[in-house]
Design a protein around this ligand. Structure first.
Ligand SMILES: C[S@@+](CC[C@H](N)C(=O)[O-])C[C@H]1O[C@@H](n2cnc3c(N)ncnc32)[C@H](O)[C@@H]1O
Length: 164
């Protein structure tokens, strides 16, 4: 087993800069803890986090961020307008949906990709669904209706980054 010292030596000294290639977007967040978890995954895979500038979000990120250096954060003013303004970008919804591709069939992101996550209770709002190019679903065989949003986002980020 690798020791904490070995792990520390094999990691980057500085946080990666904004690569603006892979962006995970929990645009209607409810629980700050999920944003902190997603930020950690962003650091691990070289992604950015796009979040709305709601009054409680900066504080939630500061509290949830347990890394020495923070991953890249894009502040969103108006989620629907922000989604509409994405150019030369694959806008991928992460949601339980009829016509979704399965996670196993999702290829690595070859171009700029935004992975849109839904609200913890209500999912992706209907008015945002038309702005998605594609939807990916993570298959489930248990009794739960859905996964935690940060778990779902992290699984999709690893697949898009080609690291799983
Ligand atoms: C807890 S779920 C919301 C479920 C909500 N009750 C609904 O009916 O849409 C929060 C978000 O996590 C993501 N999510 C959770 N489980 C997922 C799955 N199996 N496949 C794809 N996305 C999932 C989606 O982005 C979803 O909007």
């Amino acid at each position: 087993m690798r020791t904490p010292r070995d792990l520390h030596r094999s990691r980057r000294r500085r946080s990666h800069r904004c690569w603006d290639h892979l962006i995970v977007a929990p645009l209607w967040p409810q629980h700050g803890a999920n944003l902190g978890t997603l930020l950690r995954t962003c650091d691990a895979v070289g992604a950015c986090l796009a979040v709305p500038r709601l009054p409680w979000v900066p504080e939630a990120l500061a509290r949830g961020d347990t890394l020495r250096e923070r991953a890249c954060v894009h502040w969103v003013h108006g989620p629907l307008r922000w989604l509409r303004n994405q150019r030369d970008t694959h806008v991928l919804g992460v949601e339980l949906a009829e016509d979704a591709v399965r996670l196993a069939d999702l290829p690595m992101a070859r171009r700029r990709t935004v992975a849109v996550l839904g609200n913890e209770r209500t999912g992706i709002p209907p008015e945002a669904l038309d702005l998605l190019d594609e939807v990916v679903e993570i298959p489930m065989i248990g009794t739960g209706a859905s996964l935690n949003v940060a778990v779902a986002g992290s699984l999709v980020l690893y697949k898009l980054a080609g690291m799983s």
